[in-house]
Design a binder for this molecule. Structure first.
Ligand code: SAM
Length: 482
């Protein structure tokens, strides 16, 4: 029976409740009065200096997802933009994936790392190679990484992952530093999550792939990942292990997107109900072509318009969550969805093991790639593109380093402190990027943007301090934060 507070996967992601939700949504997809009420409920409300949003239940959000009244769909997009603006402003946080190992004992049918794939070379980075990758990433300007690995208790045990994290944090190359390591590894034990927490990871990310249990078991026919409950309950174990920033996601294309959408929101509601804090991030990956994977084999692919609608509806339903779109999406798709609620994007990404060090910006090793990268621009190009669109590319990691994780980060959002805190932090980290890594053209656009954006800081003391810090960065100092 459906119970968001239950710790059992099949009770907080209840199949019958999802089916009932889809039916309810279908019945109400043209119900103007109800949809207007839902949109009204989701609007940001002014509170003190900031805004608060109520968010939506999975049922309400599922109605929006199928809404077929064109003017209300437009209203929905407008609302998603407003919510994004209220909590995240025009900042977009930058990161890159770092693939550590493609050894894997699972048999995920959509992933080329599955153990039966004999054509893909298996590779695991040594600590020297990790350091070389990190230097290459620092030379691009990255400060925040998401580490990725296949599941293999012999080749990639937790000790290996922890060693890699230590190596990553220890590399200080020129003015570079990786200041936040997010971790995307297979579901594991409370004890291992505790070890990750002790290693000072940022977010623990785990994609559900699909919330549909029967499909899940077919798509993961062998290996530890086959266990739906163990996988679905992983975030509860991560929280029990002390990690309070967790990142959800589904791999769109595997199952019906309406089903996944309802499941994803139920998972977010469950985290809120049990731990008092929702997901720190939600990712929206879509299946891509890879070594022995043809995405067309999966029947549930979604087009760019549906993808955009999903993103807008997530933004409205889970207003405080960060939302991530990766380089699986090409420039034009990212352009289309970025304003609808995305707060983080990757740039200059390589999805192969050892794909950064020793390769120039337009050289791309394919042999160990997890999937094809659609946005192949360099980080400098992505940063310039964002600024041309009116966004502030941010390399900020301050919240996590100041202990503003979990509900403390959400409180910052609600207190309206973004313009006095995240905004100057974004500008300072952008300034570091411009000084150390940007091309002359990017630098020129960025300097102008920083000048304009400094004017928007409401608190005069913060504004003065931020201006001083930015001058200091120009003089060679680094790592200021509010
Ligand atoms: N092995 C870990 C796990 O099972 O969760 C780590 C994740 S894996 C390196 C990162 C993610 O890539 C997977 O969770 C999956 O959603 C995604 N992925 C796998 N194959 C893909 C493909 N062909 N196209 C796009 N994304 C893919």
């Amino acid at each position: 029976m459906y119970d968001p507070k239950s710790l059992k996967a099949e009770e907080f992601i209840d199949h019958e409740e999802i089916l009932a939700t889809l039916e309810y949504a279908e019945q109400n997809k043209s119900n103007r009065e109800l949809i207007e009420q839902i949109l009204e409920k989701a609007k940001p409300q002014k509170k003190g200096n900031g805004y608060v949003c109520k968010g939506l239940s999975h049922r309400e959000a599922s109605v929006l997802l199928v809404c077929d009244i064109p003017d209300l769909v437009e209203k929905m997009y407008k609302l998603a933009r407003e919510i994004k603006e209220a909590f995240y402003g025009n900042r977009i946080v930058m990161f890159a994936p770092l693939y550590l190992s493609n050894y894997c004992v699972n048999k995920c049918v959509y992933c080329p790392y599955h153990y039966q794939n004999k054509t893909i070379p298996r590779k695991k980075l040594t600590q020297e190679e990790v350091a070389a990758e990190v230097m290459a990433l620092q030379d691009m300007g990255h400060k925040r990484l998401a580490i990725e690995a296949g599941e293999d208790p012999v080749n990639n045990p937790i000790e290996y992952i922890i060693d890699c994290i230590k190596t990553i944090y220890s590399v200080k190359h020129k003015n570079g530093a990786i200041r936040r390591v997010n971790v995307n590894i297979a579901a594991t034990t409370v004890e291992n999550y505790r070890k990750l927490k002790e290693a000072e990871i940022g977010t623990y990310i785990l994609f559900q792939e699909t919330y549909h249990k029967e499909s899940y078991e077919k798509l993961h026919p062998a290996g530890p990942k086959h266990n739906y409950a163990y996988h679905t309950e992983a975030m509860d174990r991560a929280m029990e292990g002390g990690i309070d920033d967790v990142g959800l996601g589904v791999l769109f294309g595997l199952e019906l997107y309406k089903y996944e959408f309802a499941g994803l929101l139920m998972h977010a509601e469950h985290l809120e109900a049990v731990h008092g804090v929702g997901p720190h991030t939600i990712s929206v990956p879509r299946i891509k072509h890879a070594d022995d994977i043809d995405p067309d084999v999966f029947d549930n692919g979604i087009d760019d318009d549906t993808f955009a609608k999903i993103i807008a509806c997530i933004r409205i339903a889970v207003p405080y969550t960060g939302m991530i779109v990766s380089t699986r999406e090409n420039e034009s798709c990212r352009d289309k969805v970025i304003g609808l609620g995305i707060s983080q994007i990757s740039g200059g990404s390589r999805t192969s093991v050892g794909g950064y060090a020793g390769y120039s910006a337009d050289e791309r090793p394919h042999d160990t790639e997890q999937f094809d990268v659609s946005d192949q621009r360099s980080l400098d190009e992505v940063v310039r593109w964002l600024m041309d669109l009116g966004y502030i590319p941010s390399f900020c990691t301050a919240c996590y380093r100041e202990g503003r994780t979990g509900d403390r980060f959400m409180s910052l959002c609600k207190a309206g402190q973004i313009l006095n805190c995240c905004h100057p932090n974004a500008l300072m980290t952008l300034k570091e990027f411009l000084e150390d890594y940007a091309s002359p053209e990017t630098k020129e656009i960025g300097e102008k943007l920083i000048k304009e954006e400094l004017e928007k800081i409401p608190n005069p003391k913060v504004k003065q301090k931020a201006t001083e810090y930015i001058e200091n960065i120009h003089l060679g100092k680094r790592d200021f934060r509010f």
